[in-house]
Unconditional design. Sequence first.
Length: 341
Amino acid sequence: MSLHTTVNPVLATDMIMLALTAGLVPYMTGSPGIGKSSIYKDIAKNNNLFLIDMRLSQCDPIDLAGLLTLQNGKAKYVPLDSLPIETDTIPDGYAGWLLVLDEFSSANQAVQAASYKLVLDKMVGTLKLHPRVLIVCAGNLESDNAIVQPLSTALQSRFVHIKLGVSSKDWIDWAVDNGIHHTIISFLRFRPVNFYTFTPDHEDSTYACPRTWEFASKLLKKAELSNPVLRPLLEGTVSVPVAAEFLSYCKIYEQCPTVPQIIADPTKVIIPDSPSILFAVIGTIANNVTKENFKALMEYIVRLPLEFQVVCLKDINKRSPLMMQTPEVRSWLRINATELF
């Protein structure tokens, strides 16, 4: 049983960057579907690194140690072209490479053993990796009934271990920044228990998690809620019971004032008294705010319960930061700044 402190994605990213800066190899573990691969993709993107994604569960030892060939009468290991060595040229527009050894804990013992020299010495056979190659690793937890091979003690001491946890609040903050469909954000604020439903003994074909909610968002951006194929698709994405609850929640949008109605009469349009409807309203407002309609929408926002005002303005700040410089928000901040920041 791991005794490591569980950290959220923001802290995990900072820890990974510090480890890489120190020339070490971080090994991030966590339950399936909580965003380990996404964190590494974001690190590569934000640091202008060419991403090399190797799924070790699908690799053979030669993929890491090199292919044995005969040169001038002697056997020599030659690296595959997926691993950059000293003589390789950095791809145009990039500062280097981020080599992700994913599904590390699902690799067999032979593949794990082949990684020793790569991870510790940054070498493939007798050749050195390019100095601009950064290595990171990821794996699942044995307690989650995922396919897991225990790491040898030799490998354990080659990594800086980071244990990633799951948090609906952290993911929702990320979701607002990354264009996840606003109905999902509103639903998970109202029912955070449905954010992550994985259990090792679950019987459905899938479960709700950061990965599958992102899939659901992609579906919702391509189909109206009335589309007859959407329900079975969502059932096959976030599970049958979660899809049913989500679609039931979406029906409350029929009870919400629309953005045009709010703009037309922001001081008199009804303020819902149900938290579920209020979450839907603020999600709709934040998703549809523009420079032209913001003044009217702000007249409505300030009539909401304070905690919903705060959530709505935080979402608007993430989506449209310039709105926070308007006279309406500045006036609101003079009274409520401590609530927002």
